[in-house]
Ligand binder design. Structure first.
Ligand code: 3PG
Length: 211
């Protein structure tokens, strides 16, 4: 799948921090049931890779990927676990080369114009904007669209249900990412109904202009 097509599958990409591997499948099912099939599992916990493996094997309607990919060897691990896409908070030459080599769609993180231009030189036009709120929010991406309209961003970091529409109305933002869909207490207590409801609210942002 092309990265841009992946970004257009859903308006919001849930960013998941998985502490208990047994939560992976019910959590993914709740997100998919709520209308959010693209799920980023961050490689920040020991449960992440096995969680990706299980979601890939047991939740066929989910498109599960790995987030917080910060080293080239994590690219291999993530791909080996069945990740369908890769997301990184920032980017280096070595990481870009590894992500390109994986053949998977990937969203390297940037927070400045020059970082975006450096990736554009390598033909990378789909990017994560991180940390979105702290690095300038929607006004930053709106300003960037003038000089460099050929880039598409998934802003992530500090985004909420309330602030997401301000990003999604921009022509260079097909989707946003965030962890608000999977509150730690809801995951810990197995409150999948609450997570499905949060996902459904977020999925309804699909067309903010006409919503
Ligand atoms: C990320 O990993 O992309 C962010 O930490 C998620 O940001 P949020 O927790 O502020 O939504």
């Amino acid at each position: 799948m092309r990265t841009l097509d992946l970004m257009k599958l859903a308006p919001v990409v849930p960013v998941v921090v998985l502490d208990d591997v047994d939560s992976a499948v019910p959590l993914a099912r709740a997100l998919v049931a709520g209308g959010l099939p693209v799920i980023e599992v961050t490689l920040r916990t020991g449960a992440a890779l096995e969680g990706i493996r299980r979601i890939a094997a047991e939740v066929p309607d989910a498109v599960v990927g790995a987030g917080t990919v910060v080293t080239p060897w994590q690219v291999e691990e993530a791909a080996g676990a069945g990740s369908r896409f890769l997301v990184s908070p920032g980017c280096t030459d070595a990481l870009r080369a590894a992500m390109t080599g994986s053949g998977l769609p990937f969203l390297p993180g940037v927070s400045t114009v020059s970082e975006a231009m450096a990736l554009l030189e390598h033909g990378v036009t789909e990017l994560k904007f991180f940390p979105a709120k702290a690095a300038g929010g929607a006004p930053f991406l709106k300003a960037l669209y003038g000089p460099i309209p050929g880039l598409s961003f998934c802003p992530t970091g500090g985004i909420t249900l309330d602030s997401a529409p301000g990003f999604l109305t921009l022509p260079n933002v097909p989707c946003v990412g965030g962890s608000w869909l999977t509150p730690a207490d809801a995951v810990a207590s197995g409150d999948w109904a609450r997570i499905e409801k949060l996902a459904a609210e977020a999925a309804s942002l699909a067309d903010p202009v006409t919503a």
